[in-house]
Design a protein. Structure first.
Length: 300
């Protein structure tokens, strides 16, 4: 069995982790949180979303947050953009990587962003044009790749169809999300095997939720299949309001413990990540969802 020597972790806590939290986190706390993450060795951090404040009040301070954080040269910061207006705001901020989002499930897309998959991709064309003009990298999230709260099973063929449409408009990377955390290692293997025939694994990231406790097992399976890029969220923050019952993203601390145990280089200090997660959990007044963080904090 051959595993990657190095992997890339995209920390999504400041954006995906915070966007649905009911307790508002102040701008200064967000800046402190992101600055702490920047000191851990993480090289990729998704910091905010350039979305209407009516849609996501928690991230209404997107511009101030991005322009105020410390920006080490070693860290790539990114933001989610839902439309052309969001992309224009992202360009104004000076950010150099953005993410867009659609789904492999038609019903999820309709309930999430009120349009079909094809319509959502048509809306991305102006974003891609602006990205090319401004030398901005674009990742594309594909939700519900291993199951949908409304349609149930989602076939690899549906995922591949959405992926092809996104690659045709020029996205740089595909970020495949198990939005409701129903996937198993066998499903993960089948999906990756179906995609790798047509798409280089270097263009694929995986984004697992831990609703059924399968996220770490799925990441291990993806590693075996050759995937080396993963999203995670410090302290397991984040969920999806459109997927009832979906728990948080896989915790960054738990992913790091797995990787380090396998001898895979991450360049990330797990103890500093635990400190970052502890800080934001205290600010939110919520329990840390990372098993590794809770174990390490208990031993301090």
């Amino acid at each position: 069995m051959s595993l990657p020597n190095q992997i890339t972790i995209m920390e999504v806590g400041p954006r995906d982790g915070l966007q649905n939290e009911l307790k508002f986190i102040s701008t200064s706390q967000k800046i402190e949180f992101i600055n702490l993450l920047s000191e851990t060795g993480l090289k990729n951090i998704e910091v905010t979303s350039f979305v209407s404040p009516r849609a996501i009040p928690q991230l209404a301070d997107n511009m101030e947050v991005y322009q105020s954080i410390i920006k080490p040269a070693s860290v790539i910061f990114s933001a989610l953009v839902p439309n052309k207006q969001g992309m224009e705001a992202a360009i104004k901020s000076g950010i150099k990587e953005v993410a867009i989002f659609t789904a492999a499930s038609e019903m999820f897309n309709q309930k999430n962003i009120n349009c079909s998959i094809s319509e959502s991709i048509d809306r991305f064309v102006p974003i891609m044009e602006l990205a090319k003009e401004n030398s901005i990298k674009v990742r594309a999230y594909i939700s519900c790749v291993l199951g949908c709260p409304y349609e149930g099973y989602v076939s690899p063929e549906k995922v591949l169809n959405t992926a092809h449409q996104l690659l045709e408009i020029g996205v740089d990377e595909l970020d495949l999300g198990d939005t409701i955390g129903v996937g198993t290692p066998k499903q993960t293997e089948s999906l990756i095997d179906a995609l790798r025939v047509f798409i280089p694994l270097s263009k694929i990231s995986m984004h697992f939720h831990d609703t059924y406790g399968q996220a770490i097992a799925n990441i291990y399976q993806a590693l075996i299949c050759g995937v080396s890029r993963f999203d995670s969220s410090v302290a397991g923050l984040g969920g999806c309001p459109y997927a009832r019952g979906a728990s948080g993203n896989v915790a960054t601390e738990d992913v790091l413990y797995l990787m380090h145990g396998l001898g895979i280089d991450t360049g990330i200090d797990i103890f500093k990540v635990v400190t970052s997660g502890d800080m934001i959990c205290k600010a939110l007044g919520r329990k840390n969802q990372s098993k590794v963080a809770n174990a390490l904090l208990a031993n301090q």
